[in-house]
Ligand binder design. Sequence first.
Ligand code: ADP
Ligand SMILES: N[C@@H](CCOP(=O)(O)O)C(=O)O
Length: 317
Amino acid sequence: MSQAKQRVSVYAPASMGNVSVGFDLLGAALAPVDGEPLGDRVHVEASDGPLSLECVGPYADLLPGNVADNIVLRCARHFLQQQGKPEQGLALTLEKNLPIGSGLGSSASSVVAALAAVNAFFDSPLSPQELLVMMGELEGQISGSVHYDNVAPSYLGGLQLMQQDGARALPGFNAWYWVVAYPGITLSTAKMRALLPTELPLATALRFGQQLASFVDACHRQDEAQALAVLKDVVAEPYRAAHIPGYQAARDKLQALGCPAVGISGSGPTLFAVAGDKTQAEAAARYLQQHYVLNARGLVRICKLDPVGVQVERGAM
Ligand SMILES: Nc1ncnc2c1ncn2[C@@H]1O[C@H](COP(=O)(O)OP(=O)(O)O)[C@@H](O)[C@H]1O
Ligand SMILES: N[C@@H](CCOP(=O)(O)O)C(=O)O
């Protein structure tokens, strides 16, 4: 009697790094309100050959031509080496649903889905904390430095604040909609990081600390007015805004439409706008679709926070 082969599929949602107020320290997982997924999927199944990766999906053609450079394969290799396992017997498929270099945590989504999938395939030898550390290291290999504000929310869901010893969930504001718009052009995270100064003036450092502390306090007390008053980026936006085509004009227009906060998602070019209700979210989405999206690769989604993060499905083939 032949034994059924095991198959594991993992979905990892898009994420928004920084959320304006917490450069490299705060991130949010996104779930479109229309129920359509917005994130990469990785499938792992047993095979008789060497470790392999196939890429499919709407943004697969933008991945590195050499599959060995794909972060999903690098994640699988790293995991197998770390576990003392041979590089064979696994066939991986990446469904590349997120645009690359978009500010939607695309590489992080692939990293989270890949590592969660291989870990689940081998019955979870790594704890969630160990896995999160590995995700941060692998994501850091391609984005220019280790930062957890994409991998942590994609893995754990919700709004995640990085601490010295791991990630802590912050209570978000249930009424808020997060409208995200990706114009359809690529901006490399590493290059957008290279625009930033290596040191900040003392006044900026103080303002950053005060704003982040106020935002965290406001989340815990569910003080919406205080949270919105400090949802501002004094660290990265001043250096990045001019490098994102159309960003400053769109931000001004969205504010005029009544959106209480607008910012760069991750390192851009995606922008986000907070909307207090569905009507305002739809007006912002219409504006962004007409004026911020530049080509057919672009997208606009009205989202809530994804409360779940990674989703693992097991099955037999
Ligand atoms: N599975 C993958 N998903 C996204 N990017 C990948 C993947 N594998 C390799 N890469 C490479 O990693 C880099 C990711 O760029 P980055 O600007 O960090 O994108 P993002 O901000 O969308 O994560 C690109 O050079 C891309 O070719
Ligand atoms: N904190 C990082 C976030 C990068 O996010 P990405 O989605 O653009 O990769 C930064 O601002 O550099």
